[in-house]
Each structure stands twice: as C-alpha cells, then as structure tokens.
Design a protein around this ligand. Structure first.
Ligand code: ADP
Ligand code: MG
Length: 325
C-alpha cells in the first residue's frame, strides 16, 4: 500500500489512548478497512523521519499473533500508523461489556500473547513494553493478536517526553528504574490475565472501593521516578485518606506514588479466591508475577507451562465465543 491521508475515509472512532486516537478507516482505492492510529509527536522533522524509518520494521513482523501493519506516514503534526482492523476490539472493552472473561479464553489469551512476545523477541529482538488488555485485540474469526509494541526507540522517547503513560502494568523492577527486558512484559501479562479473569483491575482492594487502574503518571524511560507534570485526580467522588499532596507543582496527588510503592513493596496480586480457577491457572499467574525478575521465566519458557500447553490443544471454539457478543 502507498498510503496517503487523503485516500483514507474515516468510518468510526475506535478509542483514545495516551498517545493519540484510533479510527476505523477505509482505504478508498482498494476498499481495505484499516485501523488508523494518530500520534501527535512534538519533535523535529528529522526525528519524525527517523521514527517513520524505524516503524518500517513492522512490515517484517509477520505472525498470526501480531497485528499486521499496512504502513505509516507523516501528516503534520501527526504520525499516522495504519494497521489491521480487529472487529471485536480490545480485551478491556470486551470484559467491560460482557464481564469477567471465561478462564478457557484467558488461557488462549496467555498462549497468544506468549507466542507474540516470543516471535517479536526471537525474530526481531523487540521487547513489547506495553502489554495490557487494551493492546490485546480480538476479532470475529476468533483470533487474538497484540499491538502497540515498542519498535521505534525514537517513538518511545518522544512519547515518554510528551505524554502521560499508564504505569499500572509496570513491573516492580521497572518502577525501580531497571531496564526493560522480556520478563517485564511477562509481569504485565500476569496483571492483565488477572484483570480479564476477575473482570476488574487487580490493584483495587475491597475495603476501599477505589480502583487504581485509572491512575496514570508520566514515567520517562531513563528516570522512572518521580513522575513529572501529571494531573491526577484520585477518586473525585470520595475524599481519600491520602492528602492529595501536590508534587513539584505538577498538580498531582500522591496516589500514583502509592500505587507504585504498593507494586514494589507488597505481595503480587493473585488469581483469587482460591479454588475458583484451575490450579494450573493460579500457578501460571503466580509465575508471571514473581517479583524478582531473575526468578521470573521468559515468554519462551512459559510456553511450556502445562496450562498454556492445554490451551494450545484445547478445542475451545473462540470463533463461536466471539459470536456471543
Ligand atoms: P490504549 O491502548 O492505551 O487504549 P490506543 O490509542 O492504543 O490506546 O488505542 C485506543 C483504543 O483503540 C484501544 O483501546 C482499542 O480498543 C482500539 N484499537 C486500537 N487498535 C485497534 C485495531 N487495530 N483494531 C480495532 N481497535 C483498535
Ligand atoms: Mg494501544
């Protein structure tokens, strides 16, 4: 495809994220339906061109577990990334619509994400860096694919500098400033799987009905703490026990720090209550959420876990499941 903005007809708004917005579009000359991600980047033209060059690697990412890439172009002041459209949307949207996801589906999600991560790393030495339910997409053919992985170092830098990123799926070692490794993605996968199986973000305790999933902070790759200029308004309806201290004039409350400290200092969340889910599922999630990255396995190793092996051979019909919503 030789993509130009004027050939793309907007059809539907699919969602807004931290980096920009995503629209369903038609590439009119070919009739192809695509998802167009618009990322506003405050960078010099030379940097934009560099980002565009780096994004071209996505043309070589061919896996049934990775969203296909149609192309990217600059449409000042934005960068537009055109990718495969997934008609059932992302898994966060699905569970918010239908409730907690069946554990057999969650097992298939684990398998697909691990396959995708293993492919990206083994073939391209790419670490995803942003595994979360909104970056795991589903379609009516029953396919599960991951998107929004960190192909472009320049894009990662530009975005970290200019906008607020979610930090809640971040591993303890990342919060403490260690480099990203494939094992940080495994942590994020563990958090995501609990969220799907329970139908809610795991870092929210029952005695305090606030849910921390909406809290976001700016975390630059080189200086993860403290977050800078992050407008966080925690729990507007209810006054919280924390004081809402403003840090560095950025207008943020303590809540993001509380969450990050919680991830670092407290035991990892688990698939609970005990006995509700298969032992193998509980055990798999526990191994994703080992706080020590040295003890945590890689995606490739986790593909050998019995729960994941069973998901591979199970005859659970995802296409039939997709037709139920
Ligand atoms: P985030 O991933 O943080 O939610 P994004 O800007 O990446 O933010 O995406 C916004 C929303 O657009 C996602 O939550 C998802 O539901 C939807 N979306 C993204 N890519 C696609 C796609 N290829 N097909 C269908 N929906 C998509
Ligand atoms: Mg996304």
């Amino acid at each position: 495809y030789d993509l130009r903005n004027e050939d793309l007809r907007d059809m539907q708004e699919l969602g807004q994220g931290n980096g920009g917005s995503v629209k369903k579009v038609e590439h009119v000359p070919t009739g192809t339906i695509m998802a167009k991600k618009i990322v506003l980047i405050d960078a010099k033209p030379s940097v934009r061109k560099q980002i565009l060059r780096e994004l071209q690697i996505m043309h070589d990412c061919n896996s049934e577990y990775i969203i296909s890439f149609y192309g990217a172009f600059i449409s000042d002041p934005n960068i537009c990334i055109c990718m495969e459209y997934m008609d059932k949307g992302s898994l966060d949207g699905i569970y918010k619509k239908i409730g907690a996801i069946d554990i057999d589906v969650v097992a298939k999600v684990a398998l697909a994400v691990l396959e995708g991560l293993t492919y990206l790393y083994d073939v391209h030495r790419i670490i995803h860096r942003d595994i979360k339910p909104s970056n795991i997409l589903f379609n009516s053919r029953g396919q599960i694919k991951i998107c929004d992985f960190g192909v472009s170092g320049e894009l990662i830098n530009s975005i970290a500098d200019t906008f607020v990123g979610t930090s809640t799926y971040m591993s303890p070692e990342r919060i403490q400033g260690a480099q990203y490794t494939v094992k940080s993605d495994v942590w994020s996968l563990g958090i995501s799987l609990i969220e799907l199986a329970l139908g809610r973000f795991p870092f929210s305790d029952s005695d305090d009905d606030s849910d921390l999933s909406d809290f976001e902070g700016t975390l630059s790759p080189s200086h993860p703490l403290p977050p800078k200029r992050t407008p966080i308004e925690r729990d507007k309806k209810k006054k919280r026990k924390s004081k809402g201290v403003s840090l560095q004039g950025g207008g943020m409350t303590m809540s993001i720090l509380e969450l990050l400290q919680h991830i670092v200092n407290e035991p990892a969340p688990r698939l609970t209550p005990e006995g509700r889910f298969p032992k193998e599922a509980e055990e798999f999630v526990d191994s994703c959420l080992l706080k020590d990255p040295d003890a945590r396995k890689t995606p490739k190793d986790l593909l050998k876990h019995t729960w994941v092996e069973h998901a591979r051979t199970s005859n659970f019909d995802l296409e039939a499941w997709a037709s139920t919503f």
